[in-house]
Design a protein around this ligand. Sequence first.
Ligand SMILES: [Zn+2]
Length: 82
Amino acid sequence: MAQKITSCKDVALRLQTYLDGELDDKRMDQIRAHLDACIDCGVEADTFREIKSDLGSLAQPVDADALARLKEFSARIVNEAS
Ligand SMILES: [Zn+2]
């Protein structure tokens, strides 16, 4: 049975730090591996990246729906994970 080293909760809690590149190399690798293996977290990472690039370019307002969905997802993961 394959076991994930990093849980969805770990990823949800560290995703922003991960995308900022501020984790140590070991954690970066663990989260990268999780995002490759876990569709839910991979989609959230993509949403985060889009929001961050929107903020960076200031070309367009942040998608409010995406932000709401993101908050919902994080809350759900943190509450569900044991
Ligand atoms: Zn996950």
